[in-house]
Structures are given as C-alpha cells and as structure tokens.
Design a protein around this ligand. Structure first.
Ligand code: G
Ligand code: G
Ligand code: NA
Ligand code: MN
Length: 250
C-alpha cells in the first residue's frame, strides 16, 4: 500500500498530533520552552516514526502542507497557554527552500496572535548547506520578525563553524550523541566544553539535547551549560507538562 498517499490524507483524517518536550535551565530547571514533535497515528499501522515519514513527506512535497499545519497548530496551542513559554518548531530544509516561508510565518503569527518572540524555529546545518544564499536570506527575513532561530543537532554536520559564521543564530542545540558519551568519554566532554566556550564568546546560548540522567545534568552544570532537554527532564507528551508543576503537585 501507498504510505505517501496515506500521509497526504493524514491531516484530514486527524491522524497527526503534536507532542511537546520541555526545555529547561540547567541550574534551576526553570522551563524555557517546549519543542514540538510531530506524531502520526496511522489508522492501521499505529504510530509511524517521524524518522520514517518526514523523509517521505520531503520526497513527495507533502512536507509543505504538513509543515504549515504543524506551525499553525503549534502557534495556536502556545497562544492559549497561561504562561508565555516559548514554542520551538522543527523546520524541514524543503520548507526553508520554499520562498514563501517568511510570509507564511508572519501570517501565522498574525492569525494566531502569538508574539513573535515566543516562536523559535529549529533548523539543521544540512538545511542551510543545500542552497545557502537563499536559505540565509529567508532566515534573515524570519528573524527580522522577532522569531528566534536555533541550530539543531549541532556538531554532527561537516561545517558547523562555517555555519555559525554565516548566520547569527540565537541558540545552539548540541546534538544528543555527545550527551550519551559524556560520562565515559573525555573527548565528548572536551567537545562540550569547547562548544560552551564558543557559545559564550559569540553570545549564543547553548542547549544540551538528550539529557537522560542526573549525572549528565550535574556535569552540564559544572561546565556552565545554560539549558537542557531530554528524557530526564521530560519526555515528549501530548500536552505541555512542567517539571515545576509536577514538583508542586507531588
Ligand atoms: O520525535 P522523534 O525523535 O521521533 O523525531 C525524529 C526526527 O523527526 C527528529 O529529527 C525530529 O527533528 C524530526 N521531527 C519531529 N517533528 C518534526 C516536525 O514537525 N517537522 C520536521 N521537519 N521534523 C520533525
Ligand atoms: O533531531 P531532533 O533533535 O529534533 O530530534 C528530537 C528527537 O529526540 C525526538 O524524536 C525525541 O523523541 C528524541 N529525544 C528527546 N529527548 C531524548 C533523550 O533524552 N534521549 C533520546 N535518545 N532521544 C531523545
Ligand atoms: Na529539533
Ligand atoms: Mn536535535
């Protein structure tokens, strides 16, 4: 059967859902925002991983429709929250290459009433490399709206430093592969330290992804890392959940 066709119908069938994963400060675990993670509950197959259907959506072009839906739903949802937490939305390179993206982002912000400063867009290095001049132009226009831009999975691309030089990112998201090795590998620790120093000198905040243990969090704290995200702080969940609210309820 045709998964691509099913994906095109997924929005109308109500099979797409947004999950939210909390991002916190390292020192006091205050909420800094939530990353939106898309989930597809296929009517027969059950949950299909985004690692599987995002590439499919990119190949078929369906990602433009899906990406717009995600952005609109995420902004609508965040605008309804009692606290002005930030919402971070992943962007596909295909969306970035599409010329109407700055206009679409502007339109959705106006439509949903979400202040631009509460929206962050996460992009990977590879999405810039594909058509650099055009991508950077689009990113500058989006940033001029007051939306912040994070570079995702930092450290896994082949030209991280060149990317940082070309665009004034607001946040570096250090790839979770460094975190998984941090307690065993002096190299991983050295790289984290170097990225933190880089962030400080460029005045870009650094968020460590994939924090799964208290030990990893302690280590980040001793290295002076600002922010973190990972299963230890909160799993992606259908509704926004705050570690502080959980603590207060306990
Ligand atoms: O949530 P999970 O770890 O299964 O996500 C797998 C991959 O899918 C990650 O790389 C994540 O960035 C990506 N992803 C999740 N939600 C979205 C989305 O809304 N848009 C895009 N483009 N990618 C997403
Ligand atoms: O590529 P991106 O960083 O957007 O991917 C986010 C993905 O990472 C999501 O699929 C999410 O489910 C997953 N994720 C979030 N926190 C953790 C964690 O602590 N450990 C692992 N292994 N994956 C995580
Ligand atoms: Na991301
Ligand atoms: Mn990432």
């Amino acid at each position: 059967r045709d998964l691509g066709l099913d994906l095109r119908r997924a929005i109308d069938r109500g099979e797409l859902q947004l999950h939210y994963q909390v991002q916190t400060t390292v020192s006091s675990r205050e909420v800094v925002g939530y990353e939106v993670l898309l989930r597809w509950k296929h009517h027969r197959l059950g949950y299909v991983s985004p690692a599987e259907f995002i590439p499919l959506a990119e190949e078929t072009g369906t990602i433009l429709t899906i990406g717009e839906w995600v952005l609109r739903e995420a902004c609508k949802e965040a605008a309804s929250w009692p606290q002005p937490d930030k919402i971070a939305v992943n962007l596909s390179p295909v969306q970035l290459a599409h010329c109407d993206l700055p206009r679409l982002v502007h339109q959705i912000l106006v439509e949903t009433g979400l202040p631009a400063s509460r929206l962050e867009l996460e992009i990977t290095e590879s999405s810039i490399i594909q058509d650099k001049v055009r991508s950077l132009h689009a990113l500058r226009q989006i940033r001029a709206l007051g939306v912040t831009i994070a570079i995702d999975d930092f450290g896994t691309g082949y030209s991280s430093l060149d990317t940082l030089r070309s665009f004034p990112f607001d946040r570096i998201k250090l790839d979770r592969s460094f975190m998984s090795e941090v307690e065993q590998s002096a190299q991983a620790r050295a790289i984290i330290r170097a990225v933190l120093a880089l962030g400080k000198s460029l005045d870009i905040s650094v968020l460590a992804e994939g924090v799964e243990t208290e030990g990893q969090l302690k280590l980040l704290q001793s290295e002076g890392c600002d922010e973190a995200q990972g299963y230890h702080l909160g799993r992606p969940e259908p509704r926004r959940s705050s570690p502080q609210a959980d603590a207060a309820a306990a």
